[in-house]
Design a protein around this ligand. Structure first.
Ligand code: HSE
Length: 342
C-alpha cells in the first residue's frame, strides 16, 4: 500500500468534491489500486487553513464547510497557514492546486505550482490560468525535479480530453479541434432555448457550481479561450497565448436570436476551434448557429464535447461533463492515480 500525503490549496466546490470522492472511495482505492490519499492540509484564504501531519478528518471538514461556509469550527495542530507556508512546511508530497483562476497572470497558482515542484512535490491542478500561460516552464520544472504535473481537469473536467489527445490521438496526427468547452454557456444557451431568461439561466449555472467566480470569464469566452490555448499548445505543437485567440462571447445573444435559430432548425453554440488556414494556425471562440445535423449541435446543458480531426482516423468526438463539483474532483483523482501508476 502506498500512501500519499495530500495538501489542498483551495477548498471551494472542486476541493469539496475531491474530499467527498476520497471519503467515499478510500476503501475501493486501496483494494483496486493499492493506494491511499491522506489529506494533511487545507489552505483556503477565505474558509480557513488547517494542517495536521497525521491527517485531517475529511468528514468533519466537509460537514463544517457545508454547514457554515468555513472551517473555523475545526481545530488542528497548525492553523492559519497560507498557501506557500502549507506547500513549503507541511509534510505533503502531493499538492492539489485549486485556487482561483486568473487567465491574465496565472497567479497565485503559478507561484504555488513552482514552489511545490521546486520542493519535489507532485502537483495536480484544475486551474487553467497557469497551464494556459506557463505550461512549458512548469512542465520542464516538473521533469527537472523528477515529479509530475497533472492537468487533466483544466479542459472538460474529468472527461479524459487531454489524456485521449496526448496519449492516443497525437500519433494519429491532429489537424483540427472544435469543441463546446464551457459548461456555463452551453447550459445558459440550452435553458434559453427552453424559454428561461439569460439572468435566470446564469444564476442557475452559478448555483450548480459550473460558473467561474466571476462569470464574465464564461460568458465572454475567456474560459473557453484558455482551454483553446491549452489544447493547441499541448496537442497541436503551438505556442499560443490568450491574445492569439480571436474571441467573442455569447452575452449579446437575445431571446429573439435564440428563437430565430430554433425556428430555422439550428442551435446557437459557443464554439472553440483550432484550424489551419493558409499555412497558419487559427484559434477562435465565437457563437455559431449550428444546423441540427452538426455533431456538436444537440449537446445540451453543462455537457461539453470536443471533435478531434485526425489524419489517420478522421473525426473522433468525445462528449462528457465539462464542469461540476464531483466531475472536476474526479479529474484530480484521475491525475493522482496516473502519478501512482507511473
Ligand atoms: N466555468 C467553467 C465552465 C468550469 O463553465 O465550463 C470548468 O472550467
Amino acid at each position: 500500500m502506498h500512501t500519499y500525503r495530500l495538501a489542498f490549496i483551495g477548498f471551494g466546490n472542486v476541493g469539496q468534491g475531491l474530499a467527498q470522492i476520497l471519503l467515499e472511495r478510500s476503501e475501493q482505492l486501496k483494494i483496486q489500486f493499492g493506494v491511499q490519499f491522506q489529506v494533511v492540509a487545507i489552505s483556503d484564504f477565505v474558509k480557513g487553513s488547517l494542517y495536521d501531519p497525521e491527517g485531517l478528518d475529511l468528514e468533519e471538514l466537509l460537514k463544517a464547510v457545508q454547514k457554515t461556509g468555513h472551517l473555523k469550527a475545526v481545530t488542528a495542530p497548525h492553523m492559519g497557514w497560507d498557501a506557500i507556508q502549507t506547500i513549503t512546511e507541511s509534510n505533503a508530497d502531493l499538492i492539489a492546486e485549486m485556487s482561483y483562476t486568473d487567465l491574465n497572470t496565472g497567479e497565485p497558482a503559478v507561484t504555488h505550482i513552482r514552489q511545490a515542484l521546486n520542493l519535489k512535490k507532485h502537483v495536480v491542478t484544475i486551474n487553467k490560468g497557469p497551464i494556459a500561460l506557463a505550461f512549458p516552464e512548469l512542465n520542464r520544472l516538473a521533469a527537472d525535479n523528477g515529479v509530475s504535473l497533472g492537468i487533466e481537469g483544466t479542459v472538460m473536467s474529468g472527461t479524459p480530453t487531454l489524456r485521449l489527445g496526448q496519449d492516443v490521438l497525437v500519433s494519429a496526427g491532429i489537424t483540427c479541434i472544435q469543441g463546446l468547452l464551457n459548461g456555463t454557456t452551453n447550459y445558459i444557451l440550452t435553458q434559453m432555448e427552453a424559454g428561461a431568461s439569460y439572468a435566470e439561466a446564469l444564476s442557475d449555472a452559478q448555483a450548480n457550481g459550473y460558473a467561474e467566480a466571476d462569470p464574465t470569464g464564461d460568458v465572454e469566452g475567456y474560459d473557453a479561450a484558455g482551454k483553446v490555448v491549452i489544447l493547441a499548445n499541448l496537442l497541436m505543437g503551438a505556442s499560443l497565448t490568450m491574445n492569439d485567440v480571436d474571441r467573442t462571447g455569447m452575452s449579446h445573444l437575445t431571446p429573439e436570436d435564440i428563437q430565430a435559430a430554433s425556428s430555422a432548425g439550428e442551435h446557437w453554440k459557443l464554439v472553440g476551434s483550432i484550424t489551419h488556414e493558409n499555412g497558419s494556425m487559427k484559434a477562435q471562440v465565437r457563437p455559431q448557429r449550428l444546423p441540427k445535423t452538426h455533431p456538436l449541435a444537440n449537446i445540451g446543458g453543462a455537457i461539453n464535447a470536443v471533435t478531434y480531426t485526425t489524419e489517420l482516423l478522421g473525426d473522433v468526438t468525445l462528449i462528457g461533463p465539462g464542469a461540476g463539483r464531483l466531475e472536476t474532483g474526479y479529474a484530480l483523482l484521475s491525475d493522482m492515480l496516473a502519478i501512482h501508476k507511473s
